[in-house]
Design a protein around this ligand. Structure first.
Ligand code: CP
Length: 345
């Protein structure tokens, strides 16, 4: 992408954090994703929008959803896709992250999708390369595309319930929406992106967690309330967003036991029955069934877990298209049919 094109892109050259997007940037991604949801319904769900572009997946941490979803998104846009699982790269022989990234970039890449256990790694990488960098999850810091696909899912469900096409529903559907973000906020990059995205769009977010699983301070976080009592909050919310207990990040050390956590904060069938009619149950995955979410709750009709995964492909297509494709030079958000022509329908 030329520097000139980057200057015009509302998303900027990279996607590193939700906070960089603001409400307008989030709306742009959701609107573009509407077009890609339509593409996904076709018999051949592929467009030539990124033909000739190369996107590299740099994954230094485990992933199922994000990695496959970005790979699928890039392929559906006709980009060339390379995946470097860092655990089997020359980093095992001692090559530094910088040398690895610069080596990959020297092959001529347009986009780098980065997952890394260290907060800030994608920012650092963005300083070293010309390519656009997308943060696919960095340590405890952020997971911006998870928040974007979750916002997309909320809007899609609300639109469907109103008998409307999601593309016809603006961001006003988030105004005053009451969302509980429940669980291991301390270790969660999803929470850090999710809360900012929802609040930017006008939702009222209540954080629900034991004190030990909250960050040291919530000062500056755009939350309406903090609660340690899930039972008191359940009947008041439109969305119950459950966070994974991050056992691999040592969450267990902050709790008597996962069983005790489940007793106080797990969404059991009994608790789910006290949610408002139509309240959504969301989870970014992977789920600890029987801990933050009961088996039967994960399978309820109002659980959007797999719909979130499905929407992840269209939302990540939108992000890649805006950063690397014709969308990168758009000064006006095109209408839906115009957008479909732009992606090479
Ligand atoms: N939600 C999420 O990031 O899942 P993965 O770790 O499987 O990518």
């Amino acid at each position: 992408m030329s520097a000139d094109a980057a200057d015009h892109a509302r998303l900027g050259r990279h996607l590193l954090a939700v906070a960089d997007l603001g409400a307008e940037g989030i709306e742009e991604v959701l609107r573009v994703a509407d077009a890609f949801v339509e593409v996904g319904r076709r018999q051949i769900p592929k467009v030539p929008a990124l033909r000739g572009r190369t996107v590299v997946m740099l994954f230094a941490e485990e992933s199922t959803r994000t990695r496959l979803s970005f790979e699928t998104a890039a392929r559906r846009l006709s980009a060339d896709v390379l995946t470097l699982p860092m655990a089997s790269s020359s980093m095992k022989k001692g090559e530094s992250l910088r040398d690895t990234v610069e080596t990959v970039a020297a092959m001529g890449v347009d986009g780098l999708v980065v997952r890394h256990p260290d907060a800030g790694a994608p920012y650092q990488i963005a300083q070293w390369v010309e390519a656009s960098v997308v943060n696919a999850g960095d340590g405890w810091h952020e997971h911006p595309t998870q928040a974007l696909l979750d916002c997309y899912t909320v809007r899609q469900v609300l639109a469907e319930r109103a008998g409307r096409d999601p593309a016809s529903v603006g961001m006003e559907c988030f105004a005053g929406l009451r969302v509980a973000v429940v669980g291991d906020v301390r270790h969660s990059r999803v929470a850090r992106s999710e809360i900012w995205a929802l609040a930017a769009l006008g939702a009222e977010v209540t954080v629900v967690a034991p004190a030990s699983l909250l960050p040291t301070t919530l000062q500056g976080w755009p939350v309406a309330a903090v609660s340690h009592d899930l039972d008191a909050v359940l009947g008041t919310v439109d969305v119950c967003y459950l966070l994974r207990l991050q056992l691999e990040r040592g969450a267990e050390a902050f709790l008597p036991s996962p069983r005790e956590y489940a007793a106080g904060y797990g969404l059991t069938a009994r608790r789910a029955s006290r949610l408002k009619d139509g309240a959504l149950v969301m989870h970014p995955g992977p789920m600890n069934r029987g801990v933050e979410i009961a088996d039967e709750v994960a399978n309820l009709p109002q659980s959007t877990v797999l719909r979130q995964v499905a929407n992840g492909v269209a939302v990540r297509m939108a992000v890649l298209f805006i950063l690397l494709g014709a969308g990168s030079s758009a000064t006006e958000l095109p209408e839906q049919d115009e957008l479909l022509r732009a992606v090479g329908e």
